[in-house]
Design a protein around this ligand. Sequence first.
Ligand SMILES: Cc1cc2nc3c(=O)[nH]c(=O)nc-3n(C[C@H](O)[C@H](O)[C@H](O)COP(=O)(O)OP(=O)(O)OC[C@H]3O[C@@H](n4cnc5c(N)ncnc54)[C@H](O)[C@@H]3O)c2cc1C
Length: 462
Amino acid sequence: MTLTQKALAHATLYPLWLDNPAAPETCPHLVGAREADLLIVGGGFTGLWAAIIAKQRDPQREVVIIEAGKVAHGASGRPGGIVSTSVMHGLVNAERVFPKDIEMLEKLGIDNLDSWRETIESFGIDADLEWGGEMTVAVRKDDLPELRREHQLHMGHGHDVAWLDKAQVQAEVASPLFEAGIWSKERTGTVQPAKLAWGLKAAALSLGVTIYEHTPMEEVEDLGSKLRIRTHDGVITAPKVLFATNAWCAGHKKIKNYVVAMRDRVIATEPLSDEQLSRIGWTHRQGIYDTRTQLNYMRLTKDNRIVYGGRIGYYYGDKTDPEGDRKIEVYDRLAGYFFKTFPQLEDVKFSHAWSGPIDLTTRLAVHFQPYYGGKGVYAGGYSGFGVTASRFGARLGIEMLDDTGVPELDLGLANSLPRPIPREPFRWPGAAITMRALDEVDDKGGWRRAWVKMVHAMGFPL
Ligand SMILES: Cc1cc2nc3c(=O)[nH]c(=O)nc-3n(C[C@H](O)[C@H](O)[C@H](O)COP(=O)(O)OP(=O)(O)OC[C@H]3O[C@@H](n4cnc5c(N)ncnc54)[C@H](O)[C@@H]3O)c2cc1C
């Protein structure tokens, strides 16, 4: 057995975050017919935030969530849980996509994060929030100029962000790969995402929102002034419907034209002893992203496990719960990167391995697709960066459905679409070659570099 096989041998193929006795009771599923003023399809962060915001604005309205499985069993119970301020997947991406709106997008990100935090605190949600900051680390000398540019961009926009040279980054977190880092200290950190989603569920219920779990939407019918949503055992009629369905793209057949369902993989170690933790330091407990082309991210949990993620994959036909990711071998390569990052932890075993759905778009950030004459809106496309941005996506979705005319609805982010992405049978071969190139480009270069460049030119900033 190899080192990685041994380390993964006893891992549970289930998200660490959901494997928790604090998981709440499941709400009953919908049977029969009912009406609502606002129906939200999807019980992840976007759906839960939308329900809370809508109900707080107008306590009289009937707000209903239907969730195909259980609350937080989609992406929201599976992420790395690194908390960021940006609603645009970071400042570099905001500059790439909407350079003219960057100041406004920055401000919206800050307001969103502050409201996110205030709401969590006001409902007394215990989600193991830690505010140690967010760090991007260069894993090759070649990545240093780009990291310097990113640092300057952040400084130029007034962020409290420190440049760490090799000695300084090693003093923070010891890894033979880390050449330098930038450490954002404000409004960033980590969260236990399932505990957050469960807390939001309790908050929504306390405000009078009705939640039906195990209630998949099966069909949408436009009645003119209302939409009729058929579920497995029931039917709901509502004048406004938010499709908060992430990579499932449920709500309209065209949503998929802009969204690819990727899988993102994660592994978690057993709790580290104080001695094991002392081998790496990490006393400030930052959430960390590295600059590998197949980006890796890592963080500590409250009980001092390392959660380590990255290495996305794609399955033919945009599968959102692929059989293939329920095999431990799929996590072997990720475990290999883990030991390259932290070779001083070769005695550590993994307790959990899982993957989750990513709603990838060429924009790498939320967008909105209105259908049925504006009575239904899809809000999604966070592309793996939605732990806090999902509150923003939810709010704008509600602004659209309520037709409030707030200035942010005039932004390109709100009223334009990302580039369309070819559907099957072209999607799979394109993704397969890209995944192979991404896996190998850092070590082997060659045709992989040219391919990655071409995909980049098509609008995916790899
Ligand atoms: C492995 C991984 C790591 C990530 N790491 C980070 C991170 O560190 N930081 C960060 O900011 N973001 C991260 N993200 C992204 C973040 O988790 C997501 O952007 C966010 O959770 C999206 O929330 P959502 O509510 O839009 O989607 P989801 O939580 O997926 O919710 C969508 C829900 O819709 C339901 N649904 C689908 N179809 C139907 C239907 N027909 N009827 C009823 N319900 C339906 C699904 O069951 C699901 O529960 C990560 C994501 C993954 C997968």
